[in-house]
Design a protein around this ligand. Structure first.
Ligand code: IMP
Length: 433
């Protein structure tokens, strides 16, 4: 059973926990896009782990973790993460492999991104400043440096040529300091010494693993609404966070993905700029932020919070072909007297039930809400759907109805065992419970 797990909203849906929870059912976990802009938070025995580049499966001994060609890799961020994992006793051994075709994020990408954001002024994207966008720009512009290129040790070969050209371009853009291409090359030589043993043909590895009947989980980062093609462009990340990205970002055929699980919070959050129709700017937004500890796992920025947007999740169901939802952080809504769910938008006098393609139009939309009763009994830590308060069950049922996807998993707290896997769901069938 090969499963793709991805974000059905604007990122930070709690994918880290869901991937970590499901990992014992898989032999391989593979990341297919994004970079260290991601922050996948996992709690094990009360200890918090934040993973940025390594697939969340890394916390499970014996599970192979892959970083695909669709990921952009900052080698220093990767090494820092591996060092951190070693200090907290997570043995990597030979369990992490990186695609030779993954593009590298180099120091100048971050500088170029900071300049680009400053230039946009009021219209800035609010990126994570990790150099993600410029690294993907170099990839698409066919001037990027790939992991496998570092094998070129010659003093006048393609690697040195590409670095020289890219550094010259950087020096023209960043006027006040000069970067020496020789320093970048010297750094890359050191990087290669450590990276080389991890480098492989990830597509071939997956092909063989699947042929041997080993189960693979495809792990998405960010979320559907941040996808470069299907998200709220230009307020998006620079890669395909949607299910199609798993095929291109790992070099597998689309049929290798046998099912798709969308992760959605029981409410909505977003970091960075761009439209968020259900955003709550007042006390209620603050209440969700504090109770849900909604601060960016990578940047610490406060997340914008709002009610569940079923238009967005229904859209995610369509563009990803979702088979099921994992609804996270239900417990954050405990104690609220009533809840709102956005069922449609009101745009220029008409009611819209599908996500507008035009971001300016989306920004002008008002949510149409349905009010549902809240619940007083805490849901935190509940592990059986039947034990949820009647109003919480009703809330989940309503989200399923409007989104058009069944919730196979409901998360009721940050720990691994604070989770409901519904016996009557497709997930029970996937994992033969
Ligand atoms: P970038 O990916 O750093 O280029 O940022 C582009 C947009 O995606 C910004 O709005 C970021 O806040 C957002 N973003 C990037 N990574 C994540 C993530 O892991 N979770 C949530 N938002 C993200």
């Amino acid at each position: 059973m090969n499963l793709c797990v991805l974000g059905a909203q604007w990122g930070d849906e709690g994918k880290g926990k869901i991937v970590d929870l499901l990992t014992p059912n898989f032999s391989v976990v593979a990341r297919y896009q994004g970079g260290h802009n991601a922050g996948h938070t996992v709690y094990v025995n009360g200890q918090k782990f934040v993973l940025h580049l390594c697939p969340s499966g890394i916390l499970h001994a014996g599970v192979m973790c892959l970083i695909g060609n669709g990921v952009v890799v900052d080698p220093h961020a990767l090494f820092a993460e591996l060092d951190h994992l070693a200090t907290i006793g997570v043995a990597i051994g030979g369990r992490l492999l990186v695609s030779d075709k993954a593009h590298l994020i180099l120091s100048y990408h971050r500088e170029i991104e900071l300049l680009a954001e400053a230039r946009r002024g009021e219209r800035k994207i609010g990126t994570t400043s990790r150099g993600i966008g410029p690294a993907y720009e170099d990839k698409i512009g066919r001037r990027g440096v790939r992991v496998g290129d570092l094998a070129d040790q010659s003093s006048d070969g393609p690697l040195v040529g590409a670095v020289r050209e890219n550094v010259a371009a950087r020096n023209r853009l960043v006027g006040n300091t000069e970067l020496k291409w020789q320093d970048v090359v010297a750094d890359l030589r050191t990087v290669w010494t450590r990276l080389q043993p991890l480098v492989t043909d990830v597509s071939l590895y997956l092909h063989r693993a699947i042929a041997e009947g080993r189960a693979v989980m495809f792990e998405g980062a960010q979320g559907t609404m941040l996808d470069i093609d299907h998200g709220t462009y230009p307020f998006v990340t620079s890669s395909n966070a949607t299910a199609g990205g798993a095929a291109t970002g790992l070099g597998v055929g689309p049929r290798a993905i046998e099912a798709v699980l969308g992760v959605a919070k029981a409410y909505t959050t977003r970091v960075g700029a761009g439209p968020l129709p259900t955003e709550l700017l007042g006390e209620m937004g603050e209440r969700l932020r504090e109770t849900g500890q909604e601060y960016g796992a990578s940047t610490g920025r406060p997340r914008r919070c709002g009610w569940f947007d079923a238009v967005a999740v229904r859209y995610a169901a369509r563009v990803n072909g979702l088979d099921a939802l994992a609804i996270t952080k239900l417990d954050v809504l405990d104690g609220l007297p009533e809840l709102q769910v956005c069922t449609a938008y009101r745009c220029n006098g008409s009611t819209v039930t599908e996500m507008p393609g035009d971001t300016a139009q989306l920004a002008a939309c008002e949510p149409v809400y349905e009010t549902l009763p809240g619940w007083t009994k805490p849901t935190k830590g509940i592990t059986k759907f039947g034990d949820l308060p009647a109003e919480a069950k009703r809330y989940i049922h309503r989200l399923e109805e409007i989104s058009g996807v069944k919730a196979a998993i409901v998360s009721t707290g940050s720990e691994r065992d604070h989770t409901i896997v519904r016996d009557d769901s497709i997930a029970a069938k996937w994992f033969k419970r």
